[in-house]
Write a new protein. Structure first.
Length: 219
């Protein structure tokens, strides 16, 4: 096996490794688990916020209630002006109180929704976490085998320039086209004759435009 063929094989194994990891890390159970964890984390903040808002509303409720009690006396006054003012203020405070009550009901409903979402997220977390861990454990062996094969292949490559270049760029492209009209299949740049000579003798070179390792079609 030529050095460039070994690198091609390494590249293939690395892709396989990536796909393997991706199948778990982008899989359904990981997605559902992350979603549940986000709801739980966000839910904590939302609950704290709702709590503070509820405290604030209760304070306002008590204040308005106290103000109403004060004004109640005014409307029984013998002074007509003061009585009218009393009614006017009572009216205004009454609608303020209604507004606060409405908001308290809204917050209570939001809290119920939040609790429901948290219960569901908690159940999802319990359900999907072990599935995700099982899936991650299941690919561990194959991942280990791939890592070992990659390592062994890399060690067998005599052309250390090729290894260094691959470690830098981690990408390869085939040269294609007719003789004297060859181009890099990745970026489309034409390959100068001098570089094609290197490809023929050493098996690979670097594309002057995109920097990828370029090689000739092995077939
Ligand atoms: Zn290129």
């Amino acid at each position: 096996m030529k050095d460039i063929e070994k690198i091609l094989e390494v590249h293939k194994l690395r892709k396989k490794r990536e796909q393997l990891i991706c199948s778990v890390e982008s899989g359904e159970s990981k997605k559902r688990l992350d979603m549940a964890l986000k709801v739980i984390a966000d839910g904590k903040h939302s609950a704290e916020r709702l709590d503070l808002e509820a405290i604030e509303l209760r304070k306002r409720f008590i204040n308005v209630k106290a103000a109403i009690e004060n004004v109640e006396k005014m409307k029984d006054s013998d002074d007509k002006k003061e009585m009218n003012e009393g009614f006017f203020k009572l009216n205004r405070l009454g609608s303020q109180l209604e507004d606060i009550e409405k908001k308290i009901i809204e917050k209570a409903a939001a809290f119920t929704d939040l609790k429901r979402a948290l219960v569901k997220a908690d159940a999802d977390n319990k359900h999907f976490k072990p599935i995700y861990h099982r899936e991650a454990a299941a690919i561990k062996d194959e991942k280990g085998r791939l890592d070992l094969s990659i390592k062994q292949l890399m060690e067998k490559i005599e052309d250390r320039d090729l290894v260094r270049r691959y470690e830098e760029i981690s990408d390869l492209a085939m040269v294609s086209g007719e003789t004297n009209k060859e181009f890099c299949q990745a970026c489309g740049s034409s390959m100068p004759l001098a570089l094609m000579e290197i490809v023929k003798s050493r098996g690979w070179t670097t594309c002057e435009t995109c920097g990828r390792i370029v090689y000739a079609n092995p077939n």
